[in-house]
Design a binder for this molecule. Structure first.
Ligand code: GLN
Length: 481
Protein backbone atom coordinates (compact mmCIF):
# COMPACT_ATOMS: atom_id res chain seq x y z
CA UNK A 1 0.00 0.00 0.00
CA UNK A 2 1.32 3.40 -0.95
CA UNK A 3 0.03 5.52 1.92
CA UNK A 4 1.07 8.81 0.41
CA UNK A 5 -1.38 8.45 -2.47
CA UNK A 6 -4.38 8.54 -0.14
CA UNK A 7 -6.65 11.55 0.18
CA UNK A 8 -6.47 13.60 3.38
CA UNK A 9 -9.65 12.05 4.76
CA UNK A 10 -8.55 8.56 3.67
CA UNK A 11 -5.21 8.92 5.40
CA UNK A 12 -6.87 10.03 8.63
CA UNK A 13 -9.13 6.98 8.54
CA UNK A 14 -6.16 4.66 8.09
CA UNK A 15 -4.29 6.32 10.95
CA UNK A 16 -7.29 6.09 13.22
CA UNK A 17 -7.82 2.46 12.34
CA UNK A 18 -4.19 1.71 13.10
CA UNK A 19 -3.40 0.38 9.61
CA UNK A 20 -0.39 2.68 9.46
CA UNK A 21 1.38 5.11 11.76
CA UNK A 22 2.03 8.78 11.04
CA UNK A 23 5.74 8.05 11.40
CA UNK A 24 5.55 5.35 8.72
CA UNK A 25 3.77 7.72 6.35
CA UNK A 26 6.27 10.51 7.04
CA UNK A 27 9.23 8.18 6.60
CA UNK A 28 7.83 6.84 3.37
CA UNK A 29 7.30 10.37 2.11
CA UNK A 30 10.79 11.52 3.13
CA UNK A 31 12.32 8.46 1.48
CA UNK A 32 10.51 9.21 -1.73
CA UNK A 33 11.76 12.79 -1.70
CA UNK A 34 15.30 11.52 -1.15
CA UNK A 35 14.96 9.04 -3.98
CA UNK A 36 13.04 11.02 -6.57
CA UNK A 37 13.42 14.73 -6.06
CA UNK A 38 16.73 14.94 -7.90
CA UNK A 39 14.67 14.60 -11.09
CA UNK A 40 12.38 17.63 -10.69
CA UNK A 41 13.94 19.43 -7.71
CA UNK A 42 10.79 20.67 -6.02
CA UNK A 43 12.42 21.12 -2.62
CA UNK A 44 14.92 23.73 -1.47
CA UNK A 45 15.14 22.28 2.04
CA UNK A 46 13.77 19.20 3.75
CA UNK A 47 13.23 19.19 7.53
CA UNK A 48 13.00 15.51 8.57
CA UNK A 49 13.48 16.20 12.27
CA UNK A 50 10.53 18.53 12.48
CA UNK A 51 8.44 16.21 10.31
CA UNK A 52 9.14 13.10 12.37
CA UNK A 53 8.63 14.86 15.70
CA UNK A 54 5.19 16.00 14.52
CA UNK A 55 4.39 12.50 13.22
CA UNK A 56 5.25 11.06 16.63
CA UNK A 57 2.91 13.55 18.29
CA UNK A 58 0.10 12.31 16.06
CA UNK A 59 0.93 8.69 16.82
CA UNK A 60 0.76 9.38 20.54
CA UNK A 61 -2.72 10.79 20.04
CA UNK A 62 -3.76 7.69 18.12
CA UNK A 63 -2.42 5.44 20.88
CA UNK A 64 -4.19 7.50 23.55
CA UNK A 65 -7.40 7.21 21.50
CA UNK A 66 -7.71 10.99 21.42
CA UNK A 67 -9.69 12.58 18.58
CA UNK A 68 -7.52 13.22 15.55
CA UNK A 69 -7.32 16.75 14.15
CA UNK A 70 -8.47 17.29 10.54
CA UNK A 71 -5.04 17.10 8.87
CA UNK A 72 -3.61 14.40 11.12
CA UNK A 73 -0.42 13.00 9.64
CA UNK A 74 -0.81 14.72 6.25
CA UNK A 75 2.65 15.23 4.72
CA UNK A 76 2.81 18.80 3.41
CA UNK A 77 5.31 21.09 1.74
CA UNK A 78 5.52 24.85 2.16
CA UNK A 79 6.64 27.40 -0.42
CA UNK A 80 9.84 29.08 0.63
CA UNK A 81 8.25 32.55 0.85
CA UNK A 82 6.27 31.34 3.88
CA UNK A 83 8.36 31.25 7.02
CA UNK A 84 8.87 28.25 9.26
CA UNK A 85 10.75 28.64 12.52
CA UNK A 86 14.36 27.55 12.33
CA UNK A 87 14.15 26.20 8.77
CA UNK A 88 15.82 28.16 5.97
CA UNK A 89 13.47 30.75 4.49
CA UNK A 90 15.15 32.08 1.37
CA UNK A 91 12.19 33.17 -0.79
CA UNK A 92 14.29 31.75 -3.63
CA UNK A 93 16.75 34.62 -3.16
CA UNK A 94 20.45 34.86 -2.36
CA UNK A 95 19.72 37.83 -0.17
CA UNK A 96 17.98 35.55 2.34
CA UNK A 97 20.31 32.59 1.86
CA UNK A 98 21.27 32.24 5.51
CA UNK A 99 18.07 33.52 7.02
CA UNK A 100 16.55 31.31 9.70
CA UNK A 101 13.15 32.79 10.52
CA UNK A 102 12.54 32.98 14.28
CA UNK A 103 8.79 32.34 13.96
CA UNK A 104 6.13 30.39 12.07
CA UNK A 105 3.71 31.94 9.61
CA UNK A 106 0.15 31.76 10.95
CA UNK A 107 -0.84 29.41 8.12
CA UNK A 108 1.98 27.03 9.02
CA UNK A 109 1.18 27.19 12.74
CA UNK A 110 -2.45 26.40 11.97
CA UNK A 111 -1.47 23.47 9.74
CA UNK A 112 0.63 21.97 12.51
CA UNK A 113 -2.07 22.52 15.10
CA UNK A 114 -4.36 20.62 12.73
CA UNK A 115 -1.90 17.73 12.65
CA UNK A 116 -0.11 18.28 9.33
CA UNK A 117 3.45 17.07 9.00
CA UNK A 118 5.63 19.76 7.41
CA UNK A 119 8.24 18.08 5.21
CA UNK A 120 10.19 21.08 4.00
CA UNK A 121 10.36 24.19 1.84
CA UNK A 122 9.75 24.30 -1.87
CA UNK A 123 11.47 26.16 -4.65
CA UNK A 124 9.95 29.28 -6.19
CA UNK A 125 10.74 32.29 -8.30
CA UNK A 126 12.77 34.81 -6.31
CA UNK A 127 10.35 36.69 -4.01
CA UNK A 128 7.53 35.00 -5.97
CA UNK A 129 8.27 37.14 -9.04
CA UNK A 130 7.79 35.01 -12.11
CA UNK A 131 5.71 32.38 -13.83
CA UNK A 132 8.15 29.50 -14.31
CA UNK A 133 10.31 29.02 -11.16
CA UNK A 134 13.30 29.81 -13.40
CA UNK A 135 13.86 33.01 -11.40
CA UNK A 136 14.87 31.01 -8.34
CA UNK A 137 18.41 31.99 -7.38
CA UNK A 138 19.18 28.32 -6.69
CA UNK A 139 17.97 26.11 -9.53
CA UNK A 140 14.89 25.71 -11.69
CA UNK A 141 12.24 23.12 -10.81
CA UNK A 142 11.03 20.86 -13.61
CA UNK A 143 7.57 19.75 -14.59
CA UNK A 144 6.89 16.14 -13.51
CA UNK A 145 4.85 15.57 -16.69
CA UNK A 146 7.82 16.56 -18.88
CA UNK A 147 11.12 17.47 -17.24
CA UNK A 148 12.08 19.62 -20.26
CA UNK A 149 9.27 21.96 -19.30
CA UNK A 150 8.69 24.40 -16.46
CA UNK A 151 6.27 23.60 -13.64
CA UNK A 152 4.89 27.14 -13.83
CA UNK A 153 5.42 29.68 -11.13
CA UNK A 154 6.03 31.26 -8.94
CA UNK A 155 4.98 28.40 -6.63
CA UNK A 156 6.44 25.81 -9.03
CA UNK A 157 8.04 23.66 -6.33
CA UNK A 158 4.80 23.36 -4.33
CA UNK A 159 2.82 22.38 -7.44
CA UNK A 160 5.44 19.92 -8.71
CA UNK A 161 5.82 18.29 -5.27
CA UNK A 162 2.11 17.46 -5.13
CA UNK A 163 2.03 16.35 -8.78
CA UNK A 164 5.01 14.03 -8.30
CA UNK A 165 3.82 12.46 -5.04
CA UNK A 166 6.43 14.27 -2.94
CA UNK A 167 3.75 15.76 -0.67
CA UNK A 168 0.05 15.10 -0.25
CA UNK A 169 -0.70 18.81 -0.25
CA UNK A 170 1.28 22.04 -0.05
CA UNK A 171 1.06 25.77 0.49
CA UNK A 172 1.86 28.32 -2.16
CA UNK A 173 1.38 32.03 -2.54
CA UNK A 174 -0.58 33.80 -5.23
CA UNK A 175 -0.16 37.48 -6.09
CA UNK A 176 -1.12 37.38 -9.75
CA UNK A 177 -1.56 33.68 -10.47
CA UNK A 178 1.28 31.92 -8.68
CA UNK A 179 -0.90 29.16 -7.25
CA UNK A 180 -3.40 28.75 -10.08
CA UNK A 181 -0.98 28.79 -13.02
CA UNK A 182 1.51 26.19 -11.68
CA UNK A 183 -1.46 24.05 -10.61
CA UNK A 184 -2.66 24.10 -14.22
CA UNK A 185 0.81 23.31 -15.60
CA UNK A 186 1.31 20.40 -13.19
CA UNK A 187 -2.21 18.92 -13.30
CA UNK A 188 -3.17 19.54 -9.67
CA UNK A 189 -5.72 21.70 -7.85
CA UNK A 190 -4.59 25.19 -6.78
CA UNK A 191 -6.78 27.46 -4.67
CA UNK A 192 -6.55 31.16 -3.90
CA UNK A 193 -9.11 32.38 -1.37
CA UNK A 194 -10.51 35.90 -1.36
CA UNK A 195 -8.05 38.61 -0.44
CA UNK A 196 -7.93 38.56 3.37
CA UNK A 197 -9.30 35.02 3.73
CA UNK A 198 -5.97 33.58 4.86
CA UNK A 199 -3.59 35.45 7.14
CA UNK A 200 -0.45 36.77 5.46
CA UNK A 201 1.47 36.84 8.73
CA UNK A 202 4.80 35.20 7.96
CA UNK A 203 4.45 35.49 4.18
CA UNK A 204 7.53 37.27 2.85
CA UNK A 205 5.85 40.23 1.16
CA UNK A 206 5.89 40.81 -2.58
CA UNK A 207 2.85 43.05 -3.22
CA UNK A 208 0.87 43.33 -0.01
CA UNK A 209 -2.48 44.36 -1.52
CA UNK A 210 -2.40 41.30 -3.79
CA UNK A 211 -0.58 38.59 -1.81
CA UNK A 212 -2.45 35.45 -0.74
CA UNK A 213 -1.47 32.12 0.81
CA UNK A 214 -3.38 29.08 -0.45
CA UNK A 215 -3.21 25.32 -0.94
CA UNK A 216 -2.25 22.88 -3.68
CA UNK A 217 -3.79 19.42 -3.49
CA UNK A 218 -4.64 16.48 -5.69
CA UNK A 219 -8.39 16.99 -5.29
CA UNK A 220 -10.78 19.83 -4.57
CA UNK A 221 -11.86 18.07 -1.37
CA UNK A 222 -8.29 18.03 -0.10
CA UNK A 223 -7.80 21.68 -1.05
CA UNK A 224 -11.01 22.53 0.83
CA UNK A 225 -9.76 20.65 3.89
CA UNK A 226 -6.55 22.69 3.92
CA UNK A 227 -8.33 26.01 3.35
CA UNK A 228 -10.67 25.17 6.23
CA UNK A 229 -7.70 25.04 8.58
CA UNK A 230 -5.77 28.11 7.41
CA UNK A 231 -8.71 30.47 6.74
CA UNK A 232 -10.00 33.05 9.17
CA UNK A 233 -9.19 36.21 11.03
CA UNK A 234 -5.74 36.53 12.56
CA UNK A 235 -4.95 39.39 14.94
CA UNK A 236 -1.38 39.32 13.60
CA UNK A 237 -2.52 40.43 10.11
CA UNK A 238 -4.73 43.51 10.12
CA UNK A 239 -5.83 42.80 6.53
CA UNK A 240 -7.10 39.31 7.38
CA UNK A 241 -10.86 39.44 7.10
CA UNK A 242 -13.23 39.10 10.01
CA UNK A 243 -15.67 37.07 7.93
CA UNK A 244 -17.03 33.77 9.30
CA UNK A 245 -15.50 30.66 7.71
CA UNK A 246 -18.22 28.21 6.66
CA UNK A 247 -17.81 24.44 6.76
CA UNK A 248 -16.41 23.99 3.26
CA UNK A 249 -16.43 20.20 3.36
CA UNK A 250 -20.09 20.12 4.37
CA UNK A 251 -21.02 22.34 1.41
CA UNK A 252 -18.94 20.44 -1.11
CA UNK A 253 -21.41 17.79 -2.22
CA UNK A 254 -24.40 20.05 -2.65
CA UNK A 255 -25.88 19.75 -6.16
CA UNK A 256 -24.86 22.45 -8.62
CA UNK A 257 -27.94 22.18 -10.79
CA UNK A 258 -29.38 25.58 -11.59
CA UNK A 259 -26.23 27.51 -10.71
CA UNK A 260 -25.22 30.09 -13.30
CA UNK A 261 -21.72 29.92 -14.75
CA UNK A 262 -20.41 32.88 -16.75
CA UNK A 263 -18.04 32.66 -19.69
CA UNK A 264 -16.17 35.94 -20.28
CA UNK A 265 -15.68 36.35 -24.00
CA UNK A 266 -12.57 38.47 -23.35
CA UNK A 267 -10.79 35.32 -22.12
CA UNK A 268 -11.23 33.36 -25.33
CA UNK A 269 -9.64 35.70 -27.86
CA UNK A 270 -6.27 35.87 -29.61
CA UNK A 271 -3.33 34.28 -27.85
CA UNK A 272 -5.27 31.32 -26.48
CA UNK A 273 -3.66 28.03 -27.50
CA UNK A 274 -6.09 25.98 -29.58
CA UNK A 275 -5.66 22.79 -27.55
CA UNK A 276 -6.21 24.68 -24.28
CA UNK A 277 -9.30 26.28 -25.78
CA UNK A 278 -10.67 22.90 -26.86
CA UNK A 279 -10.17 21.37 -23.40
CA UNK A 280 -11.72 24.33 -21.59
CA UNK A 281 -14.68 24.41 -23.96
CA UNK A 282 -15.20 20.73 -23.23
CA UNK A 283 -15.05 21.64 -19.55
CA UNK A 284 -17.73 24.28 -19.99
CA UNK A 285 -19.88 21.63 -21.68
CA UNK A 286 -19.61 19.57 -18.49
CA UNK A 287 -21.17 22.38 -16.49
CA UNK A 288 -24.11 22.26 -18.90
CA UNK A 289 -24.34 18.50 -18.39
CA UNK A 290 -24.35 19.08 -14.64
CA UNK A 291 -27.43 21.23 -15.05
CA UNK A 292 -25.73 24.61 -14.70
CA UNK A 293 -26.88 27.49 -16.80
CA UNK A 294 -23.97 28.71 -18.92
CA UNK A 295 -24.12 32.39 -19.84
CA UNK A 296 -21.86 34.82 -21.60
CA UNK A 297 -20.54 37.60 -19.42
CA UNK A 298 -18.28 40.52 -20.11
CA UNK A 299 -15.27 41.73 -18.13
CA UNK A 300 -14.63 44.74 -20.35
CA UNK A 301 -11.47 46.06 -18.68
CA UNK A 302 -9.53 42.81 -19.06
CA UNK A 303 -7.25 44.40 -21.68
CA UNK A 304 -5.81 46.74 -19.07
CA UNK A 305 -5.20 44.11 -16.42
CA UNK A 306 -1.58 43.23 -17.25
CA UNK A 307 -0.43 46.86 -17.30
CA UNK A 308 -2.40 47.59 -14.14
CA UNK A 309 -1.04 44.54 -12.31
CA UNK A 310 2.58 45.10 -13.32
CA UNK A 311 2.42 48.72 -12.11
CA UNK A 312 0.78 48.02 -8.77
CA UNK A 313 2.71 44.83 -8.02
CA UNK A 314 6.08 46.37 -8.87
CA UNK A 315 5.30 49.59 -6.96
CA UNK A 316 4.46 47.60 -3.84
CA UNK A 317 7.46 45.33 -4.36
CA UNK A 318 9.85 48.27 -4.60
CA UNK A 319 8.61 49.45 -1.23
CA UNK A 320 8.48 46.00 0.42
CA UNK A 321 11.95 45.04 -0.74
CA UNK A 322 13.55 48.20 0.63
CA UNK A 323 14.02 46.32 3.91
CA UNK A 324 16.77 44.13 2.42
CA UNK A 325 19.53 46.61 3.09
CA UNK A 326 22.18 44.46 4.71
CA UNK A 327 21.60 46.14 8.07
CA UNK A 328 18.87 44.28 9.87
CA UNK A 329 19.16 40.67 8.79
CA UNK A 330 20.17 38.28 6.07
CA UNK A 331 22.92 38.89 3.53
CA UNK A 332 25.39 41.78 3.75
CA UNK A 333 28.07 42.34 1.12
CA UNK A 334 31.44 41.73 2.80
CA UNK A 335 34.27 44.23 3.16
CA UNK A 336 32.37 47.45 2.79
CA UNK A 337 33.14 50.43 4.94
CA UNK A 338 30.78 53.22 3.86
CA UNK A 339 27.05 52.81 4.48
CA UNK A 340 25.76 53.69 1.02
CA UNK A 341 28.34 51.50 -0.64
CA UNK A 342 27.22 48.67 1.65
CA UNK A 343 23.58 49.13 0.59
CA UNK A 344 24.53 49.19 -3.07
CA UNK A 345 26.79 46.18 -3.00
CA UNK A 346 24.43 44.15 -0.83
CA UNK A 347 21.47 44.71 -3.11
CA UNK A 348 23.50 44.31 -6.31
CA UNK A 349 24.87 40.94 -5.22
CA UNK A 350 21.79 39.76 -3.31
CA UNK A 351 18.99 40.31 -5.83
CA UNK A 352 18.59 38.57 -9.19
CA UNK A 353 17.83 40.23 -12.51
CA UNK A 354 14.02 39.95 -12.41
CA UNK A 355 13.80 41.34 -8.88
CA UNK A 356 16.01 44.28 -9.84
CA UNK A 357 13.89 44.92 -12.92
CA UNK A 358 10.76 45.06 -10.79
CA UNK A 359 12.29 47.28 -8.13
CA UNK A 360 13.30 49.71 -10.87
CA UNK A 361 9.90 49.60 -12.59
CA UNK A 362 8.10 50.05 -9.29
CA UNK A 363 10.32 52.85 -8.06
CA UNK A 364 9.80 54.65 -11.36
CA UNK A 365 6.01 54.26 -11.13
CA UNK A 366 6.05 55.76 -7.64
CA UNK A 367 8.45 58.63 -8.24
CA UNK A 368 7.42 62.28 -8.19
CA UNK A 369 5.91 63.37 -11.47
CA UNK A 370 5.09 59.78 -12.53
CA UNK A 371 3.03 58.76 -9.54
CA UNK A 372 -0.19 60.28 -10.93
CA UNK A 373 0.43 59.06 -14.46
CA UNK A 374 1.23 55.47 -13.51
CA UNK A 375 0.54 54.36 -9.96
CA UNK A 376 -2.58 56.42 -9.35
CA UNK A 377 -3.94 55.62 -12.82
CA UNK A 378 -3.35 51.92 -12.19
CA UNK A 379 -5.28 52.16 -8.91
CA UNK A 380 -8.22 53.66 -10.78
CA UNK A 381 -8.08 50.93 -13.41
CA UNK A 382 -7.99 48.38 -10.59
CA UNK A 383 -11.32 49.75 -9.37
CA UNK A 384 -12.78 49.36 -12.88
CA UNK A 385 -11.63 45.73 -12.99
CA UNK A 386 -13.12 45.15 -9.55
CA UNK A 387 -16.41 46.64 -10.77
CA UNK A 388 -16.33 44.36 -13.84
CA UNK A 389 -16.41 41.38 -11.50
CA UNK A 390 -19.06 42.81 -9.18
CA UNK A 391 -21.28 43.50 -12.18
CA UNK A 392 -20.73 40.06 -13.71
CA UNK A 393 -21.58 38.41 -10.40
CA UNK A 394 -25.00 40.03 -10.46
CA UNK A 395 -25.79 37.64 -13.32
CA UNK A 396 -23.78 34.55 -12.51
CA UNK A 397 -22.54 32.55 -9.52
CA UNK A 398 -19.12 31.79 -10.95
CA UNK A 399 -16.90 32.69 -13.88
CA UNK A 400 -15.12 30.00 -15.87
CA UNK A 401 -12.03 30.42 -18.08
CA UNK A 402 -8.71 28.88 -18.97
CA UNK A 403 -6.14 29.32 -16.18
CA UNK A 404 -3.30 30.01 -18.58
CA UNK A 405 -3.31 30.67 -22.34
CA UNK A 406 -0.83 27.83 -22.95
CA UNK A 407 0.23 24.56 -21.36
CA UNK A 408 3.66 24.32 -19.69
CA UNK A 409 6.40 25.80 -21.87
CA UNK A 410 10.01 24.66 -22.25
CA UNK A 411 12.71 25.75 -19.84
CA UNK A 412 14.47 28.78 -21.27
CA UNK A 413 11.72 29.50 -23.77
CA UNK A 414 10.64 32.80 -22.23
CA UNK A 415 13.55 33.82 -20.01
CA UNK A 416 14.95 36.25 -22.59
CA UNK A 417 11.62 37.96 -23.06
CA UNK A 418 10.10 39.09 -19.76
CA UNK A 419 7.21 40.81 -21.53
CA UNK A 420 6.06 37.49 -23.05
CA UNK A 421 6.24 35.97 -19.58
CA UNK A 422 4.12 38.83 -18.16
CA UNK A 423 1.50 38.67 -20.91
CA UNK A 424 0.77 35.02 -20.17
CA UNK A 425 -0.61 36.05 -16.75
CA UNK A 426 -3.66 37.62 -18.36
CA UNK A 427 -6.35 35.24 -17.06
CA UNK A 428 -5.11 35.13 -13.47
CA UNK A 429 -4.15 38.72 -12.60
CA UNK A 430 -7.69 40.04 -13.15
CA UNK A 431 -9.15 38.07 -10.23
CA UNK A 432 -6.18 39.02 -8.05
CA UNK A 433 -6.78 42.70 -8.73
CA UNK A 434 -10.48 42.26 -7.93
CA UNK A 435 -9.75 40.29 -4.74
CA UNK A 436 -12.15 37.47 -5.61
CA UNK A 437 -11.39 33.80 -4.86
CA UNK A 438 -10.10 31.61 -7.70
CA UNK A 439 -9.23 27.99 -8.29
CA UNK A 440 -7.56 25.97 -11.02
CA UNK A 441 -8.71 22.39 -11.53
CA UNK A 442 -7.34 19.87 -14.03
CA UNK A 443 -9.61 19.68 -17.07
CA UNK A 444 -7.75 17.56 -19.59
CA UNK A 445 -4.50 17.10 -21.42
CA UNK A 446 -2.98 18.20 -24.69
CA UNK A 447 -2.03 15.64 -27.34
CA UNK A 448 1.52 15.77 -25.96
CA UNK A 449 0.18 14.80 -22.54
CA UNK A 450 0.51 18.19 -20.86
CA UNK A 451 -2.14 19.10 -18.27
CA UNK A 452 -4.62 21.90 -18.94
CA UNK A 453 -6.26 23.79 -16.08
CA UNK A 454 -9.73 25.28 -15.89
CA UNK A 455 -10.11 28.38 -13.72
CA UNK A 456 -13.17 29.36 -11.73
CA UNK A 457 -13.81 32.63 -9.90
CA UNK A 458 -16.61 33.27 -7.40
CA UNK A 459 -17.93 36.26 -5.46
CA UNK A 460 -15.90 37.76 -2.63
CA UNK A 461 -15.77 35.30 0.28
CA UNK A 462 -17.85 32.73 -1.55
CA UNK A 463 -15.17 30.06 -1.53
CA UNK A 464 -17.88 27.54 -0.60
CA UNK A 465 -19.57 28.05 -3.96
CA UNK A 466 -16.25 28.00 -5.78
CA UNK A 467 -15.28 24.69 -4.18
CA UNK A 468 -18.72 23.18 -4.71
CA UNK A 469 -18.58 23.89 -8.45
CA UNK A 470 -14.95 22.84 -8.78
CA UNK A 471 -15.70 19.59 -6.96
CA UNK A 472 -18.74 18.82 -9.12
CA UNK A 473 -16.62 19.52 -12.19
CA UNK A 474 -13.74 17.28 -11.17
CA UNK A 475 -16.11 14.43 -10.35
CA UNK A 476 -17.87 14.78 -13.70
CA UNK A 477 -14.51 14.93 -15.46
CA UNK A 478 -13.30 11.86 -13.58
CA UNK A 479 -10.32 13.46 -11.86
CA UNK A 480 -11.01 12.39 -8.26
CA UNK A 481 -8.93 9.93 -6.26
N1 GLN B 1 3.52 35.67 -12.64
C1 GLN B 1 3.10 36.80 -11.87
C2 GLN B 1 4.29 37.68 -11.59
O1 GLN B 1 5.31 37.38 -12.06
C3 GLN B 1 2.45 36.36 -10.59
C4 GLN B 1 3.39 36.04 -9.51
C5 GLN B 1 2.71 35.67 -8.24
O2 GLN B 1 1.50 35.45 -8.21
N2 GLN B 1 3.46 35.67 -7.17
O3 GLN B 1 4.19 38.66 -10.90
Amino acid sequence: MDWTTLSIAGLREQLRGGAVSARQVAEEQLARIEERDNRIRAYLAVSPKRALAQADTIDRRVQAKQPLPPLAGVPMAVKDVIVTRGVAGTAGSRILENYRPPYDATAVARLEQAGAVILGKTNCDEFAMGSSTENSAYFPTRNPHDPERVPGGSSGGSAAAVADGLAVASLGSDTGGSIRQPASFCGVVGLMGSYGRVSRYGLIAFASSLDHIGPFARTVRDAAAVLQVIAGRDPLDSTSADVPVPDYLAELDRPVEGLRVGVPQEYFGAGLDSEVRAQVEKGIERFRELGCEVREVSLPHTDYAIACYYLIATAEASSNLARYDGVRYAFRAPETTALEEMYRRTRRAGFGAEVKRRIMLGTYALSAGYYEAYYLKAQKVRTLIYQDFVRAFQDVDAIVSPTSPTPAFKLGEKTEDPLQMYLADIYTVTGSLAGVPGISVPCGKTRAGLPVGLQLFARHFDEARLLQLAHAFEEAAGFTL
